[in-house]
Design a binder for this molecule. Sequence first.
Ligand code: AMP
Ligand code: GLY
Length: 424
Amino acid sequence: MNVLVIGNGGREHAVIQALAKSPKVDKIYAMKGNAGIAELAELVNVDYCDVKAVGDWVDAHKEIDFTVVTPDDPLALGLVDELESRGHRAFGPRKNAAIIEASKAFSKELMKKYNIPTAQYATFSDYAEAKSYVETCDIPVVLKADGLALGKGVLICKTREEALQGLEEMMLESKFGSAGSKVVVEEFLEGPEVSCLAFTDGKTIKPMITSCDHKRALDNDEGLNTGGMGTFSPAPFFGEQSAKEIMEKIMVPTMYAMNAENRTFKGVLYFGLMKTKDGYKVIEYNARFGDPETQVILPMLKTDLMEIFEAIVDERLDEVNIEWQDGACACLVLASGGYPEAYAKGKEITIGDLDEDVILCHAGTAMKDGKLVTSGGRVLGVCARGKDIEDARRKVYANAEKIHFDGMYYRKDIGIKYRDIIKE
Ligand code: AMP
Ligand code: GLY
């Protein structure tokens, strides 16, 4: 089978590495891919947010049997609907289901309506109303741009001044573009966070192994929010009891809520959860694999990923037994100086002799004049499995030292947090 994968990040490189191992997959195409992906797939230079152009390309390339859509934008724009309407097989939620990520106002309302635990909130489209609410609400408070903002549209405000200023930036100065014209103002929650991703075909939901992201740019969770600076799997505090609680109170209710709204979700549903003193609460939903969570999850997957994708499209996920490796996995993101704000591109990357069991996931890389160069904020993910998180962490940091580019920076504390929390 020939498979087209949409996207060009570290997540897509991880998905392609998993698909390349499948006996079902003959050839992989990637739109648009990156320098690492180019080693496993033929790159296709079409703008994947132009859903009609992607549809035309797939129509014209009869050799494509199956398309995997992983990034949030094309999902929200209806790429899966477009491909299906032309008679092609495609993995990922349709537009009316991808809204669970594309609109925070939608997802908050869904949770309220179906009693899915989440932070208290209020939604505003009018600045004056939002301002008068924020003038008296409890502090700290969390402001969230309604739309897609590359994981950066969230402000945790520790003082009222910060909150009022953040609101101005979002609603009056359009700091997050049109994503911020509607704002969700949310109660501040506390507790360890875990990313729980699940495969679902709308009838069955099967959790993946858990992982933890490091969203802030700097050590000790300081600095700005980013798309993710590193991950590890599994979450050390997450035991049987947690798995049961989130399955019963969050995962299954969300699947049924989407069905009840005539928005059946087929694909990867990502639950960003916080373990509060009142139990697990949903911080966010994503309609896709996380980045860089995927880079630590897929190396732990024993089952053929292509088999899972096909089962979801055919709505027979109940037939697939999904198995995971023992041990742990870590991923360290090497970023361009300045990210998540402005950063330079085109810096040459040198990679020394990495240990054989290290998995390199390319994110913002390209080839220019025969040289590997940076082309994004998150450049590379250095990933490794180990017998436990400490072992995986050690391998990842030892190998990161062998990689260089101008301005490269990375967090030094990936995989440390939560290790003292006792597993229930
Ligand atoms: P999101 O993009 O919604 O995942 O938010 C980014 C990060 O902001 C989350 O991973 C949390 O660390 C933090 N965050 C979001 N919402 C809340 C909240 N209600 N209380 C505390 N922290 C939050
Ligand atoms: N790492 C968080 C995300 O993919 O949204």
